[in-house]
Design a protein around this ligand. Sequence first.
Ligand code: IDP
Ligand code: MG
Length: 149
Amino acid sequence: MQRTLVLLKPDAVQRGLIGPIISRLERRGLKIVGMKLMQVSEELAYRHYGEHEGKPFFPPLISFITSGPIVAIAIEGAEAVDVVRTTMGATKPAESTPGSIRGDFGVDIGRNLIHGSDSIESAERELALFFSEDELLDYSRATDPWIAE
Ligand code: IDP
Ligand code: MG
């Protein structure tokens, strides 16, 4: 079982898409083990997106992710990192498959609605940035055996 970090970015919150996006993650069988509405500080934004520092899109990315509330979600499931990434769709909405979140709701790379960790290592690092240990819950659902062996 893997855990990964999802962020519903400020555009998703402003556009009233929290519910529809979370529905898609739940529908896929993923389990929410932590969740909060929060304002990302400049410091947290720099730490989260540190790998992109120096790239031309870095300043607008920092200003966008700190521009309004986001929803941080800790997700658990079999192959959760890849399952979340395929449910999200490609980084560039114009190239995201229809049926994916970005492919159905987005058109612009700078307003692509959702973040998902890109590896197990990134997931561990990013989850620790957004959640303390006691904010991540361990529980089972009656449907779990019907979702993964
Ligand atoms: P990801 O979100 O699919 O993992 P990354 O390459 O990690 O994509 O980039 C992080 C975020 O930075 C993207 O989701 C997008 O919002 C923004 N971004 C990435 N590349 C570009 C670009 O070329 N122009 C504008 N924004 C970009
Ligand atoms: Mg990334």
